[in-house]
Design a protein around this ligand. Sequence first.
Ligand code: GLN
Length: 482
Amino acid sequence: MNLALEPISTLRARLRGREICPRDILAAIRERVEELNLALNAYVHHDWDAAMAEADRADLSLPLGGIPVAIKDVISVRGQPCTCGSRILQGHVALYDATVIGNLRRSGAIPVGRLNMDEFAMGSSNENSFYGPCRNPWDTSRAPGGSSGGSAAAVAAGLAVAALGSDTGGSIRQPAAFCGCVGLKPTYGRVSRYGLVAFASSLDQIGPLTRTVEDAAIVLGAISGHDPADCTSVDTGVPDFAASLGGGVRGLRFGVPKEYFIPGMDPAVERAVRAAIDHLAHEGAEIVEISLPHTEHAIASYYIIAPAEASSNLARFDGVRYGHRAKDATDVIDCYAKTRQQGFGKEVKRRILLGTYVLSSGYYDAYYLRAQKVRTLMRRDFERAFETCDAILTPTAPSPAFKLGEKLDDPISMYLGDVFTIAVNMAGICGISLPCGFTGGAGARLPIGLQIIGKPFDEATILRVAHHYEQTTPWHRERPPL
Ligand code: GLN
C-alpha cells in the first residue's frame, strides 16, 4: 500500500490503530515528490524537516490528526514563502497563518509545501507561472488546468493526500476536471479568505482538491466556518458534511441547463456528461431541463469584474512593502513603475490594464456597472432554476486538458474555456467537479469532469450526489500512468 495514494479515512484509521505514524505518510509523499516533481513541477517549495517536526506533535484524535494537506502558493502559511507564482513576490515570507491554515491546524492537519499556480491565480493552464508550467500527470505534454494546476496535479499523482486551491472563475473545478480529481468551490462566505492573497474579492473562495468526495467533505468541514477577520464570511452553521454523504439520489431532482451543451464542445465531454446524467436518472433521480439564459454573458461580464477588482487589489505590490524591488530606480514613482514592469508577467499586466480601463471615469458605467447588472441577472437565473431542482448538472469544462502552448497566444480562447464554471462564482453559489469518464481513441486517455452546482450553503447536497455518483461508477479508481 502506498500511503501517498490512500484516502483520508484509511489513513486516519491506520494512524489511530498505531499501524503507521504521521511521519510515514510524509515520507511516502516526499518519496513521490522526489521521484515525480521534476517532471510535473507541482510543488514550487517544500520543507520536509519542518513538516516532519510538526507531524511528531500531531494529535491523532482530531479529525485530520497527522494528515498532510498541501497548499496553493496564494494562501499564507506563517514562515513559508508566499509568492502567488509571481516574480514580484520572490523572497516574500508569510507573517501569519491564513484562517484556513489555522483551522486545518486545529483539526490536526499539517500544511505542507507550496503548490504551483498561474500568477495571482490568473489563468486556466498554469502556464502563467513564474516557476514555469505545471504538467498534467495523465499526459505531461498537456496543461493541468489552472489556476490551481499544482494542487490538482499533486493530488492526482499522489504527491499530496489533499490540497487547498482557490477558485475565482473555475480555478479549483477546471484543474480538478483536467487532472481527474475532485475539486469543490464552496459558497461565497462559507470559507474565510483572511490570508488568501486577493485576486477578485467579490468572487474568490478557497476550497479542497482531493481524490475522493469523502475527502473533499472532510477537508471542507475542517476549513469552513465564520471568521470575523473576513467581513464576507457568513455566520451560518457548518454541517457535518462527511456524515451526510450516504443519502443517495433517489427522490432528488436535477436540472440540466440547455445552454451548457454548446456547439464546439468536445464530443467526448458531451458523451461522458450525458452518460453521467443518465446514470443518475437510473439511480433514481429525476432529471428536468432548465434554462440559465444569461450564461452567455458570463465570460464577458467576468472579464470586466475580475480584472477591475484585480487592478485595485494588485496596487499594493509596489516594491515598497513586499518581495521584489527594482534596483535602478531614480525616485519612488520610478521604483513603482520599474518594480511592476519587472515583477508582473504578461497576463497579470493585461488584466491590470483592462481593469484600470473599465474602472476609469467615463467608462465605469458603461462597463463595470453594466457587468454588475448582468451579474444580478445571472444570479436570478439560478434562483429561478433552484425553484424546480435540487442541484444542476453540467460539464466542468468544454474540453479535456489541452496541450501546453496551444492557447498561450490566444487569450480569448483561453478565457472561453471558463464558460461553464464562471457563472457559479458570479452567483456566489457552490459547485463540485468530479471525474465522469475519459476520452477514448488514440493518444493519452484524458479525464473528463462532471460539475454539480448547488444552492447557496448547500454543499451537503452536492457532496451527497457526488459521493453517490462516485461510489456507483469506476472512474475514481483510475490513476495516471506515471
Ligand atoms: N481562468 C479564470 C481566470 O483566468 C479563473 C481563474 C480563477 O478562478 N482564479 O481568471
